[in-house]
Design a protein around this ligand. Structure first.
Ligand code: AHM
Ligand code: MG
Length: 336
């Protein structure tokens, strides 16, 4: 039998790769792992909501039931606040960032951004959802509280990023910029165990993932590329939960797209909480991530916390191909 390597053990071993590491990042990653286990427990109970009570109502014990995405948000904030390893947090669920002022935290080097439960419209129907996170080194004066600028760093500045997928099994995937590794939660021992070492995305794959229901609302060049995917008989898979859709593509190859539509002229997905961390992971696995306007996601200037962008992300050869379609069809002359 192979020896089991737990997430904690793996993180501690990896700390030795960073000669001047103080253990803070190690502690932070471990705390995110703990929060993920707590959120996982609640996600697994979500199906019982109809028995135990719906969000905004009271459960059978007379306690108020919370929406799961808000619960996940609170748990992550609690774990990170208590860890003493980060000095600020920004969450997709909150308008503004939170500085952490406790004695232990305020001297910390790191800030964390996260989407506590992405794809939350899927919860009620028992379909996979995920948590996405990114870690930056603070750039503001370490003597004072954190500033907005600490959170508005480009994706290229990420120190680490990852996601947790609450699916048929629960998986935590992360990278500190030296490859991507995945850990599956073994519920019998309550530990994330190393299950996917040095993950690499295939150069191409058989899947494309886009909300094809919006087809007529996409620009012509995106429609031409989607037609091309369909002509190639690629399989369309769209869960509507970005973590799950990208997870499939990371394993099996393919391309995920969320272009601009009339409703979302800048795109729907958030740069800070969703696109940058997942682009970091996909690039670390050998993939590519660009906007539908062809800029590299990780190099985009970040103007505000809830900035939305368009995205095409996945197997490198397929993202390149999409780029060619956009160049070709957006340059096409219009005839009067
Ligand atoms: P959320 O943060 O409100 O959950 O929205 C993000 C989700 C992504 O997970 C998913 O890719 C996308 O929204 C689906 O949007 P749509 O229903 O417009 O296709
Ligand atoms: Mg989200």
């Amino acid at each position: 039998m192979n020896r089991i390597i737990t997430l904690d053990e793996f993180i501690i071993r990896r700390q030795k790769d960073f000669p001047y590491a103080s253990g803070e990042l190690t502690g932070l990653l471990r705390d995110i792992g703990v929060a993920a286990k707590i959120v996982n427990r609640e996600v697994n109970k979500a199906g019982l909501v109809s028995i135990l009570g719906k969000a905004g109502t009271e459960n059978v014990s007379g306690e108020a039931v919370q929406k799961l995405d808000l619960y996940a948000n609170e748990k992550l904030i609690d774990c990170l606040k208590n860890s003493g390893e980060c000095c600020g947090i920004a969450s997709e669920e909150l308008e503004d960032f939170i500085p952490i002022q406790s004695v232990a935290s305020k001297t910390s080097k790191y800030v964390v951004v996260f989407d506590p439960l992405d794809g939350s419209s899927n919860i009620d129907v028992n379909v996979s959802v995920g948590t996405i996170f990114g870690i930056y080194r603070r750039i503001s004066d370490p003597e004072g509280p954190v500033h907005l600028e600490d959170f508005l760093q480009k994706g290229t500045e990420l120190v680490a990023a990852g996601y947790v997928l609450y699916g048929t099994s629960t998986l935590l995937v992360y990278s500190t910029g030296r490859g991507v590794n995945g850990f599956t939660l073994d519920p019998s021992i309550g530990e994330f165990c190393l299950s996917h070492t040095d993950m690499k995305i295939p150069d191409r794959g058989n899947y494309y993932s886009v909300n094809q229901g919006y087809y007529l609302k996409f620009d012509v060049e995106m429609r031409r590329y989607i037609d091309h995917c369909s002509d190639l008989n690629l399989r369309l898979r769209y869960i509507g939960s970005m973590v799950s859709d990208i997870h499939r593509i990371l394993f099996q190859g393919g391309i995920f797209m969320y272009p601009n539509t009339r409703k979302y002229p800048q795109g729907k997905l958030r740069l800070v909480y969703e696109c940058n961390p997942l682009s970091f992971i996909v690039e670390q696995a050998g993939g590519k991530a660009i906007t539908c306007q062809l800029e590299r996601v990780l190099e985009l200037p970040v103007e505000h916390l809830h900035q939305r962008i368009t995205i095409a992300i996945g197997s490198p050869a397929m993202v390149e191909e999409m780029k060619e379609f956009v160049e070709r069809y957006s340059a096409a002359p219009t005839f009067k």
